[in-house]
Design a protein. Structure first.
Length: 121
C-alpha cells in the first residue's frame, strides 16, 4: 500500500491586498484540489498579490504546476500577481525544467517573494 501525504493548506492575510498561502505535504493530481480552492478564494478575496509558500512541500507534479500557472495568468488579467517561495531543490528544479520560473517569480523565502511582488513593474 502506498502512503499518500495529504497537503495542508493554510491562508493568511498579510496586508490589505496581500495573501500568503502556505502548503505542506505532496501536491499532485489527487491533492491539488485543496490548493486550487485556496487559490480561488485568494483571487476572490484580494485579486492583488498572492504568495504561495511551498517550503514544506515534498513533491509537486505537473498538475499542481499547471494550477499555479493558470492562477498566475488569472491574477495578471485582473492586475494582480502571484509569486512562489520554495527552498526544496526538487521543487525549484520542477519550476526550472518547465520554465515556470520565467512566468512566476520564484524566491527562496516568503519575504523575498513578497519583495518581488511589491516592486513596481
Amino acid at each position: 500500500m502506498v502512503s499518500v501525504i495529504e497537503p495542508i493548506v493554510h491562508t493568511v492575510q498579510i496586508t490589505e491586498g496581500e495573501l500568503l498561502i502556505s502548503v505542506s505535504g505532496e501536491l499532485d493530481l489527487h491533492s491539488v484540489g485543496l490548493l486550487q480552492s485556496a487559490l480561488d478564494d485568494a483571487i476572490e478575496k484580494t485579486g492583488a498579490a498572492v504568495v504561495v509558500d511551498l517550503g514544506e512541500v515534498t513533491l509537486i507534479d505537473s498538475i499542481a504546476l499547471g494550477t499555479l500557472a493558470r492562477t498566475s495568468r488569472r491574477l495578471r488579467e485582473s492586475a494582480g500577481s502571484l509569486a512562489v517561495a520554495a527552498s526544496n531543490p526538487d521543487i525549484v528544479r520542477a519550476f526550472e525544467i518547465t520554465s515556470l520560473d520565467r512566468v512566476i517569480p520564484l524566491a527562496m523565502t516568503v519575504d523575498e517573494a513578497l519583495e518581488r511582488l511589491r516592486q513596481p513593474a
